[in-house]
Design a protein. Structure first.
Length: 310
């Protein structure tokens, strides 16, 4: 019988109960449609225990979990939990400013505000995951009735506040948006775009946020998609006449090259030295593959342009 129970858990279905899917370690959640509240379960030695209910979002940060859940007294609350420990309240929230969870912590944003000088500011609160998880580490062992005794003390974890100048820039005109792209802060990038940040604003060298994403990270396509969906100009050129596609070729970013070609980037475009993207892959580890890909794309574009003239 014990073997049957363990097999049920291995199949992510608790026998006679709700269908579950594994989240991390010993933790499972309800296997329901995205966006619906779920319950968090702890499964050990064939035993399934409900840890918390009405969970709106959840994130694994190493062996620790952070999650936002509904609480009648405060609308919503942010918790952290470690295996075999009682969850700990970290911060209060509400439906208007929900926490957005990521591996490094949780963020929530204020609506952007514009002052009398025309400066638009985006306010952000952040709670670091390591601080929440350190608090969770000091919690007593898990009890199934823990919620009835939960003090909901939201003063134990520091909330850091930052104000972003939505249209700001540094001394060489790297925009606030570009800096957050460089740091791969995807939640901040998304909110800055919503607040009206210029996705095409170049710095003094003509480098755009799209180029910044390519230069600094080999897995930048999620942020690139955000920028492109917000109407970043795919073939905007820097001061050397080089486009985002050329930057992707130089840095050997295959995923970025594929994405840019899918979004209509011109592989026949030449920089001020008369070079195309295919001529710029020499320093990358996958130069031959990228050169062939770009040359094929350029040939197809020329053939299409030629047939259109006939």
């Amino acid at each position: 019988m014990r073997l049957v129970t363990l097999l049920c858990c291995a199949l992510l279905v608790s026998c006679g109960g709700p269908r579950l899917k594994k989240l991390a370690g010993q933790y499972f959640v309800d296997d329901v449609a995205p966006g619906k509240p779920v319950r968090l379960y702890w499964v050990k030695d064939g035993r399934t225990v409900i840890v918390d209910r009405e969970i709106r979002s959840i994130q694994a940060a190493g062996g620790c979990l952070t999650y936002e859940t509904s609480r009648p007294s405060v609308a919503r609350a942010l918790y952290a939990v470690l295996p075999e420990k009682t969850p700990v309240a970290a911060a209060a929230s509400d439906a208007f400013r929900p926490w957005r969870l990521s591996p490094d912590g949780a963020r929530r944003f204020d609506p952007p505000k514009t002052d009398t000088q025309g400066v638009t500011t985006l306010g952000m609160d952040k709670v670091w995951a390591d601080k929440m998880c350190n608090l969770a580490y000091r919690q007593p062992p898990f009890r199934e009735d823990w919620a009835a005794h939960d003090p909901q003390d939201f003063t134990r974890v520091e909330i850091e506040h930052t104000d972003f100048d939505v249209h700001g820039a540094d001394a060489v005109n790297n925009s606030t948006l570009s800096e957050q792209v460089r740091q791969m802060q995807i939640e901040v990038v998304e909110e800055l775009i919503r607040a009206g940040a210029d996705v095409n604003a170049p710095n003094d060298a003509g480098i755009t946020p799209l180029m910044t994403a390519i230069q600094h990270h080999d897995r930048s396509t999620p942020i690139m998609r955000l920028l492109l969906d917000a109407r970043a100009v795919v073939d905007q050129a820097d001061d050397r006449g080089q486009t985002a596609l050329m930057h992707a070729a130089k840095y050997g970013r295959k995923e970025a090259v594929v994405l840019l070609l899918e979004r209509g980037a011109d592989p026949t475009h030449m920089d001020k030295d008369g070079r195309t993207a295919a001529a710029m892959t020499g320093n990358s580890g996958n130069a031959a593959e990228l050169t062939e890909l770009l040359e094929r794309a350029a040939a197809a574009r020329r053939a299409k342009a030629g047939s259109a003239l006939q």
